[in-house]
Design a protein. Structure first.
Length: 199
DNA sequence: TGGACGATCCCCT
DNA sequence: GGGGATCGTCCAT
């Protein structure tokens, strides 16, 4: 499968968001490859009160204001990291938050990274692995040092996958924000058990 | 220099 | 379904 080219990320943010569904996020980790299919995303745009870039460029949001195709990782709630794909030609401060993914390869390692032990109650541990933005960062061992990673490099990248029919793509308000809730900029794969919540 | 707040998660009820 | 954990970032003193 082909690594997505820079041009993929330079397109309009909402388009990139929708097209990321069904693509594969790959992480080179200690000589292995961790692979997950993207099943839920949110778009954050310029002039969007919910976006970190809304109040202008700061040290924290510097990567967001760069060229598309780089990873913007931020720290929140004193304990969690979330990963975004920067979009556009640069200077706009737009990105797509990866909210949930479906494990494909490296489940054992991801499980270890998430701290889900062998004796853990089995119930829904598989779903619990990556059904949220901070969970997938933990499973992929993506932290502060992942901020600014070039997605055309070999550490973290995205490869082509299924082209999903429109009928399989759900749309809703974004989760966990106060301003901009009226915008329907969350996209997800209908029926996937890894989608972070019903809506 | 301090305080309010957050694109979340987990555990408890 | 609700609240506590926990700390970096940003803006106001």
């Amino acid at each position: 499968m082909q690594k997505l080219p820079r041009s993929f990320y330079l397109r309009p943010t909402l388009q990139v968001a929708k097209d990321l569904l069904g693509k594969y996020l790959v992480r080179a980790y200690r000589g292995r490859k961790l692979i997950c299919k993207i099943v839920e995303v949110e778009a954050y745009r310029k002039d969007d009160p919910a976006s970190h870039s809304f109040h202008g460029k700061t040290k924290r949001t510097e990567v967001m204001f760069g060229e598309g195709g780089y990873l913007y990782v931020y720290f929140t709630y004193g304990m969690h990291f979330c990963a975004n794909v920067v979009t556009g030609r640069g200077g706009r401060g737009e990105a797509v938050l990866i909210r949930a993914v479906e494990p494909v390869e490296g489940v054992k390692v991801m499980r270890k990274n998430r701290g889900i032990g062998a004796t853990e109650k089995m119930g829904d541990w598989e779903k619990n692995l990556t059904n949220g933005p901070a969970k997938l960062c933990q499973a992929f061992a993506i932290g502060r040092e992942g901020n600014g990673t070039d997605l055309l490099g070999d550490e973290i990248f995205i490869v082509d996958g299924d082209k999903l029919p429109t009928s399989m793509i759900g749309r809703s308000s974004r989760i966990g924000i106060r301003n901009g809730v009226e915008k329907q900029w969350r996209f997800f794969v209908k029926g996937s058990k890894w989608v972070s919540r019903k809506s």
